[in-house]
Design a protein. Structure first.
Length: 87
């Protein structure tokens, strides 16, 4: 097996693990009857997309890290605005 095939295999396994965890969390939340709203906000969605694009463009470090940083900043802003709305 070449290095690229090993890298692709590891990437697929990690992606499968992450998707499995999300499905497990969703099923657990529905069974517990938790009524809190956990829908993704537009800002949260933009942050997720920026992080995903940053990972995708990881070969170009300045572009990849830039998008990951932007995604983190957007996620923090979203967390702060959600906390302020609760109070």
């Amino acid at each position: 097996m070449s290095e690229q095939q090993i890298f692709i295999l590891i990437t697929v396994l990690v992606a499968t693990l992450i998707i499995g965890l999300f499905v497990f969390m969703i099923i657990r939340k529905k069974r517990s009857g938790d009524k809190r709203s956990s829908a993704m906000t537009p800002l949260n969605s933009a942050a997720f997309i920026c992080v995903f694009i940053g990972i995708t463009f990881g070969d170009e470090r300045w572009l990849g890290y830039g998008f990951i940083g932007l995604g983190m900043v957007l996620a923090i802003i979203d967390m702060v605005t959600r906390l302020r709305k609760r109070k």
